[in-house]
Design a protein around this ligand. Structure first.
Ligand code: ATP
Ligand code: MG
Length: 392
């Protein structure tokens, strides 16, 4: 640990955005600042495709700042670095002290330099040679290997200081949340929908969640679990609203009046209508679901056609071409898996038909649904909506 240590955040795709770049950078800076609020007081600014995160006093928690920055979308890589004077001597001394542990563990190393300040006297090759030579002398057990070194020492000559760091680790990638508009994501307690939400947020989409509850068939624990999942997602997405919508009456009416084989499909059509109503209020431009082609009966191509028939909004399904094992891998990586597998009933698993129709015809489903007063049911469910604000 070095008291001067700071974080360098390398911008991801943001740099490709031409004239919009300033807007992207500003959004990203805001997102980073907001996420660092709980880690102490940091100065956060951008220079040459890099965001600098500098602790302002000793109370700053750099460890948690580092972890938080790795979860901010729009950042390709994160490095911990130490600034020093822009001289070969200072750079060498800093590398010796700061990276002593890494040198002890390595058998070979190289120095890679970048010169953002073109007025610096040495070019990057000369600088790497100079610093590398000094370090080779200081650590005689470690040899220089420019092709496959165990350790790469990075030196960056920037505006005010030189920075020394070990390799950067990957950031969350994607685009800053807020740049991609707003969407309403249908969040169940399952494995899939937290992952689909995360994937759309990663493309810069600000999310509002909607969750359907069917008391007394679904429990308070089931709802708490969904709120926990939303909370886990806030580490990436920032604060969000979860709209909780009562779904019991709709399900009971469907069961009473519609053929069993269409039960799930009609239920899913209601979910789309209600999510669409939330989207309208929220000014959202799309819906997001965790559907994956062929995973269950309601996710065949014909079933998806029946489901999205009731909304004019685009239905984004980022998992559509993914296998369950891939989805599970992401869910573990983003930290939602252990919560997702807690065993509480979702409204989808209440009243599941024994023989769901996998090749439904749109006309048949519309006809089966015509026995219900759709508008009244939607209106009543929306009247029972309440929302919860979930914070990191
Ligand atoms: P998940 O693992 O996300 O629950 P799933 O494989 O269980 O998905 P379904 O139960 O058919 O599949 O649900 C498909 C999608 O519908 C979910 O990914 C989610 O987007 C949405 N959904 C299902 N149940 C609910 C619910 N109770 N509230 C909100 N959205 C839901
Ligand atoms: Mg489910």
């Amino acid at each position: 640990m070095n008291n001067n240590e700071i974080l360098l955040l390398k911008l991801g795709e943001v740099v490709l955005k031409g004239l919009n770049r300033k807007v992207f950078e500003d959004r990203l800076l805001n997102n980073v600042r907001r996420r660092l609020r709980h880690c102490g007081s940091f100065q956060v600014y951008v220079r040459q495709s890099t965001i600098y995160v500098e602790p302002q006093d000793a109370s700053c928690d750099l460890e948690s700042a580092y972890a938080a920055c790795r979860q901010v979308f729009g950042i390709a890589a994160v490095a911990r670095a130490v600034p020093c004077e822009k001289t070969v001597e200072a750079i060498t001394a800093t590398a010796k002290a700061y990276l002593a542990g890494s040198f002890a563990a390595a058998r070979s190393f190289k120095v890679e330099s970048k010169r953002a300040d073109k007025t610096f006297a040495l070019n990057s090759i000369q600088l790497s040679q100079a610093v590398g030579g000094e370090l080779a002398e200081a650590f005689p057990g470690v040899t220089v290997d420019v092709h496959t070194p165990d350790l790469t020492v990075y030196v960056e000559i920037r505006e005010k200081y030189a920075y020394v760091h070990a390799p950067a680790v990957p950031g969350a990638g994607g685009l800053p949340v807020g740049m991609g508009g707003t969407a309403v994501s249908l969040l169940s307690g399952g494995i899939d929908s937290p992952v689909s939400s995360w994937m759309m947020a990663r493309r810069g989409v600000q999310l509002e969640m909607v969750h359907f509850v069917s008391p007394p068939y679904t429990s308070q624990q089931a709802l708490d679990k969904v709120l926990d999942l939303a909370k886990l997602l806030t580490a990436y997405c920032g604060r969000m609203i979860v709209h909780v919508i009562p779904f019991t009456e709709i399900q009971e009416e469907i069961r009473k009046n519609c053929p069993e084989e269409y039960f799930t499909l009609i239920m899913r059509r209601f979910m789309m209508r209600l999510a669409g109503a939330v989207a309208k209020k929220a000014g959202a431009g799309a819906l997001v679901t965790g559907e994956s082609l062929g995973q269950v009966a309601s996710q065949t191509m014909m079933a998806l056609n029946v489901t999205e028939d009731v909304t004019t909004l685009p239905v984004l399904r980022p998992l559509i071409g993914m296998d369950k094992v891939e989805i599970i891998r992401i869910s573990r990586e983003i930290g939602t898996y252990d919560t997702s597998i807690l065993p509480y009933e979702d409204c989808c698993t209440v009243f599941t038909p024994r023989h769901p129709c996998t090749r439904p015809k749109l006309e048949d489903v519309r006809e089966a649904e015509a026995r219900l007063n759709v508008d009244a049911l939607v209106e009543k469910a929306m009247a029972g909506e309440h929302w919860v604000r979930v914070k990191p």
